[in-house]
Design a protein around this ligand. Structure first.
Ligand SMILES: O=C(O)CCC(=O)C(=O)O
Length: 247
């Protein structure tokens, strides 16, 4: 069977954006207060990116993509059914869904994302990569504290951001994203691991930096909402202790 690589298609293809917002970019623009908040704290959360029916399209695609036997999985840049280094927990992590599934492909043209990203970057938007994280109920693994840019230093100058979109309601109980506000002003930190010891980053922090981990910001989101963060903002997420799988 021929495998179709959607990354070669430079326009939206499917139904994700069909009934989406029309009209000028103005309606999607962040306020000056929101932009200022991002600059000061290194993140901006609670930004609606998807309607419920769009979330449903992506969730259906995800249920197929997560199958290790899915015949187009070879297009993923990385695919880990379980990246956790703790044998008792599971962290599904995969990069490159946009090459395989039309909804994840078309998401990149969603102006609720592109207009806001351009404002926060203060310039044009180029796509770097997507990634999926899923944690099963009760034994979902952690994502250890890290800066995204530690993984991206080969791309310069630093002009990146991450947009984290919830496909389930994201709560403290199910392991929502957590930020160390203001840490985007710290220098680049070395890689200390993504899916093992939550606190491995401690080994490379100063005493003053360590004290800031006493008050992380838990980013609780409704499904379809997003949080933007600066590439040097330290973030991570704890295990999923709820009764539901999360993405
Ligand atoms: O979903 C998570 O817990 C971590 C996600 C992450 O590291 C990121 O989006 O940069």
């Amino acid at each position: 069977m021929t495998i179709r690589d959607l990354s070669l298609q430079h326009k939206p293809l499917g139904k994700l954006l069909q009934r989406s917002d029309t009209g000028g970019a103005g309606q999607f623009q962040l306020s000056q207060e929101q932009i200022q908040f991002f600059r000061e704290h290194g993140y901006l959360s609670g930004v609606r990116i998807l309607h419920d029916d769009q979330v449903e399209i992506l969730r259906q695609e995800l249920s197929q993509l997560a199958d290790p036997l899915h015949n187009e999985n070879e297009l993923f840049y990385e695919f880990h059914s379980n990246e956790s280094s703790d044998p008792d927990t599971v962290l599904f992590h995969a990069l490159g869904a946009w090459r395989i599934a039309p909804g994840f492909h078309d998401l990149l043209w969603n102006r609720r994302f592109t207009v806001r990203a351009s404002q926060l970057l203060d310039g044009p938007v180029r796509f770097w990569h997507d990634q999926l994280f899923c944690k099963p109920a009760h034994h979902g693994g952690v994502v250890a504290w890290h800066q995204d840019y530690s993984y991206w230093t080969r791309t310069k100058p630093l002009a990146h951001l991450t947009c984290w979109i919830a496909l389930d309601d994201s709560t403290r109980e199910n392991g929502c994203l957590q930020y160390i506000a203001g840490s985007h002003r710290w220098p680049d930190l070395p890689i200390t691991g993504l899916a093992g010891d939550m606190d491995a980053i401690n080994a490379v922090l100063s005493q003053e930096q360590r004290t800031q981990f006493e008050s992380p910001v838990a980013v609780e989101l409704k499904k379809g909402e997003a949080s933007f963060h600066h590439p040097r903002l330290v973030h991570g997420s704890f295990a999923n202790h709820s009764n539901h799988n999360t993405a």
